[in-house]
Design a protein around this ligand. Structure first.
Ligand code: PLP
Length: 638
């Protein structure tokens, strides 16, 4: 239980509690009705659509929860914003080069996302970045005519041939050389096909950045050329008469860089590389600074690994000004600036929505009005503590209750306490904890010795989703996303909860939350209302999650809908994808659903022969089995 504040709870209180105005950056807000809205600015004013209306629309088309919602307007807005902000910084700094963004496909390879980026990006020349052969093919098919195509990652002969052909087709396709072994093959293939390549070199800057992805930067990073290798590669190119192909310098420091000082230091170092190579008469034109532009998942503009101490304007100015300052004294032309922002481009576009199936509360069931006769002295002692819980010393009472609980469990294991006594004792300890917890609420500050009390009493809300399929980074690297109820935000959220998913894995949970007050082990939520769905939304989860997700416990893809919000206040469903059926998931693991069905039918037939079931029952079982093969992997609400 959370202590009810003295004043009536309002939408403004929810807004502050969940920090939606900070991380939402104007895209999300809470309406007077207490519902989360998606807000899109149009020339004629803002349009706000309640998330619950979109869910209803999906349901009308038989797409049940869990549902992944993508909002195309939010993707367009990010691309426009990144391009416009760089233009502005370039203008303000009187920088003479231009900006050319690319989207790294690995951050979200979904067709609808790539198609929208390519389509919307055509006007501002926003291109794509590929890191593998499969991604290259995808880019070749989908890239607009104006954007750059940057190829990082390992390249074999087929990769190189296709990239060379792309240049003949009119694309500007750059091979970024990551390792010295790539160059001989590129030279050989380009001579063979008679197509000159566009080349870039990936450098290792010595600047190491903080955050969750520090390993991408520094000497021991597995990507890029050391300075010695860089010079050797340049000399090799000169010898092959191909130094004119070398037009781009690339570095990527890692993702989600919280500190702009580190970005500035790295950009300065990269610019120094650029300046000295340019001084050697290498016709460089492009400086590619990779990804790293952070998303403020908390919204507090801090150095926390989930935040950043800068905004987009600061980022663009920092890059533009640092390059200019470093190059201008040497009279070197300002390069075209490329950035490969992935996370910052797509994070906002996707929201995962799931319903709560069940709740576990850590509250005692009924307790007897006096301790039972002949019960074990330790249980008796716990009973006394329960009766005095409103008066005992807080820390002392807490420690004693815990010690008693653990000793009672030991005595149960050794056969000295009976099952029913243990059940009573478990109820008692919960009753004691709940009373102490209520008393704790009246204190100004929670003593360190009692910091575990609230979390052990928190409810568990069981959600209809899989962490491993939909939010794999929360499990793999401790990523946190903003998460909150999407309705009832005009009501006081009187419960504290952690969230468990559908998998049978103790890692399938969310138990670290970003709240406006800081990081918390529990999320404030509302008690479920009978007969009513309780729906939580996980926001800013459009980057990296979809293809990293896996089939743990065979939970497959959720349903997906893409919407576009219109100026007239409505929205269109642009695309709807049904989640994986059980038979599709089984197919991925090499089961053949047809023979699978037959094997089961044979078993049923045998049961009929052995008279364990009737023929009518056989039909019933088979119908259900086959319907489930075509059904989805998630929990179906009645
Ligand atoms: C992953 C990656 C990116 C994307 O980084 P974000 O931090 O998501 O913007 C950019 N460039 C390269 C080379 C990458 O590997």
């Amino acid at each position: 239980m959370r202590t009810r504040p003295a004043n009536k709870w309002s939408v403004a209180d929810s807004t502050a509690l969940y920090g939606i105005n900070q991380w939402g950056e104007g895209n999300f807000s809470i309406s007077a009705k207490g519902e989360v809205n998606i807000t899109i600015p149009f020339a004629g004013g803002k349009v706000a659509i309640p998330v619950i209306d979109i869910i209803q629309s999906a349901r009308d088309r038989d797409h049940q929860l869990p549902l992944l919602l993508r909002v195309e307007n939010l993707l367009d807005a990010r691309i426009a914003e990144i391009n416009e902000t760089f233009q502005q910084a370039i203008q303000d700094a009187e920088y003479t080069g231009t900006y050319s963004g690319v989207f790294p496909v690995k951050v979200n390879q979904q067709r609808t996302v790539i198609e929208e980026i390519s389509h919307f990006g055509a006007d501002c020349g926003h291109g794509l970045e590929a890191g593998s052969k499969a991604e290259l093919l995808l880019c070749l098919a989908k890239l607009n005519e104006t954007g750059l195509l940057i190829c990082n990652g390992n390249k074999d002969q087929d990769f190189i041939d296709l990239g060379l052909w792309a240049n003949k087709l009119g694309h500007r396709c750059f091979f970024v050389i990551e390792s010295p072994i790539e160059l001989p093959l590129i030279i050989e293939r380009s001579q063979k096909l008679g197509i000159r390549p566009l080349l870039g070199l990936r450098i290792k800057v010595s600047t190491k950045v903080a955050g969750l992805w520090t390993e991408t930067s520094g000497d021991r990073s597995s990507f890029g050329l050391s300075t010695a290798q860089l010079i050797a590669t340049v000399d090799e190119l000169r010898q092959a008469g191909m130094v004119d192909c070398l037009q781009l310098l690339h570095c990527h420091l890692g993702s989600q860089i919280p500190d702009i000082t580190e970005i500035r230091t790295a950009v300065r170092e990269a610019s120094r590389f650029y300046a000295d190579l340019a001084a050697e008469n290498i016709p460089l034109k492009y400086l590619d600074l990779g990804g790293g532009l952070a998303v403020d998942y908390i919204g507090n503009q801090s150095l926390h690994s989930h935040s950043r101490n800068y905004n987009l304007g600061d980022y663009c100015r920092c890059i533009v000004e640092t390059i200019k300052e470093t190059l201008s004294p040497h009279k070197i032309d300002h390069p075209v600036i490329i950035t490969e922002s992935g996370r910052a481009t797509v994070a906002h576009t996707s929201i995962l929505l799931f319903n709560i199936l069940n709740v576990m509360r850590y509250e005692p069931m009924t307790l007897p009005s006096s301790s039972p006769e002949n019960c074990h002295p330790l249980v008796e002692q716990q009973y006394k503590l329960y009766k005095n819980a409103t008066e005992v010393n807080l820390t002392g009472g807490y420690t004693e209750a815990l010690t008693n609980r653990d000793r009672i469990r030991e005595l149960f294991k050794s056969g000295d306490i009976r099952l029913r006594e243990r059940a009573l004792a478990e109820n008692l300890v919960l009753a004691i904890f709940n009373t102490l917890s209520e008393r704790l609420d009246r204190l100004e500050e929670i003593p360190v010795s009692l910091s575990e009390l609230k979390p052990i009493l928190a409810d568990i809300y069981y959600g209809n989703f899989s962490v491993f399929q939909s939010l794999p980074d929360t499990w793999a690297i401790g990523q946190m996303f903003p998460i909150m109820p999407i309705q009832r935000l005009d009501e006081f959220p009187e419960r504290n909860a952690s969230i468990s998913d559908l998998t049978c894995d103790c890692d399938g949970k969310l138990d670290r939350f970003l709240l406006a007050g800081g990081e918390s082990k529990t999320l404030p939520v509302h008690p479920l209302n009978r007969g009513e769905d309780y729906i939580l939304g996980v926001f800013l989860m459009g980057a990296y999650q979809e293809t990293l997700g896996d089939l743990h416990n065979l939970f497959g893809d959720t349903n997906v809908i893409n919407i576009r919000i219109n100026e007239d206040g409505g929205f269109d469903i642009i695309e709807e994808q049904s989640g994986d059926t059980i038979s599709e998931v089984l197919n991925m693991l090499e089961y053949n659903p047809i023979s699978f069905y037959k094997e089961f039918r044979d078993k049923i037939e045998l049961a009929v022969k052995q008279k364990r079931i009737s023929v009518a029952e056989r039909q019933q079982i088979l119908t259900q089995f086959s319907a489930q093969l075509n059904g989805q992997t998630y929990f179906k609400s009645r």
